[in-house]
Design a protein around this ligand. Structure first.
Ligand code: PRP
Ligand code: MG
Length: 177
């Protein structure tokens, strides 16, 4: 299992902002973790120790997944894959559309960045409805990789995202809120 100290580091380096980005939403901001210097370095090293040998590449979800996936990939000496909001990556790209509360969103990947049967760890900051997570799992699999594990710093359990993920993907949350 992941060391509990990881969740403690997230808690101690997180800000809670009421009514952002809209009224009634309590936004959990993990920017302080990225700014924490040696604590962030220790955080990345602990994650690396947990995932070493179990995965072949790390995919980060735009945008807060990027500063998690990149240092982890470097620490493990593994490839880093970007999954971005639609329209940001030059083609050819694969695209997945998914439903938000009042709109649709889209994520894209450059499939050449994923090797055949590569075991991929997908990383993001928050699991909410699971829409973003599901789209990213589909993009990795459509690119020929294996969506082996999904890691988020925080899981908002009220929104039921975990139940919407395929059972074959092991989902780990450092904090459940
Ligand atoms: C947030 C969060 C996750 C996603 C989770 O990203 O960073 O990526 O929502 O929500 P879901 O489980 O309901 O899909 P957002 O789209 O706000 O963009 P950002 O990461 O670029 O800020
Ligand atoms: Mg996001």
């Amino acid at each position: 299992a992941l060391p509990s100290e990881l969740g403690e580091l997230v808690t101690s380096h997180m800000r809670e902002i009421p009514d952002f980005p809209t009224l009634g939403v309590l936004f959990r901001d993990i920017s302080p973790l990225f700014a924490a210097g040696e604590d962030f370095a220790r955080f990345i090293r602990m994650l690396a120790a947990h995932y070493r040998g179990r995965i072949d590449a790390i995919a980060g979800l735009e945008s807060r997944g990027f500063p998690l996936a990149a240092p982890l990939a470097v620490e493990l000496g593994l490839p880093m894959i970007m999954i971005r909001k639609a329209g940001k990556l030059p083609g050819p790209v694969l695209r997945e559309d998914y439903e938000l509360e009042y709109a649709t969103a889209s994520m894209e990947i450059q499939p050449f960045t994923v090797a055949e049967d590569q075991r991929v760890l997908i990383v993001d900051d928050v699991l909410a409805t699971g829409g973003t997570a599901n789209a990213s799992i589909n993009l990795i699999e459509r690119s020929g990789g294996i969506a082996q594990e999904f890691l988020v710093l925080m899981e908002l359990t009220d929104l039921g995202g975990r139940a919407r993920l395929p059972e074959r993907v092991a989902c780990q949350a450092l904090l459940t809120l």
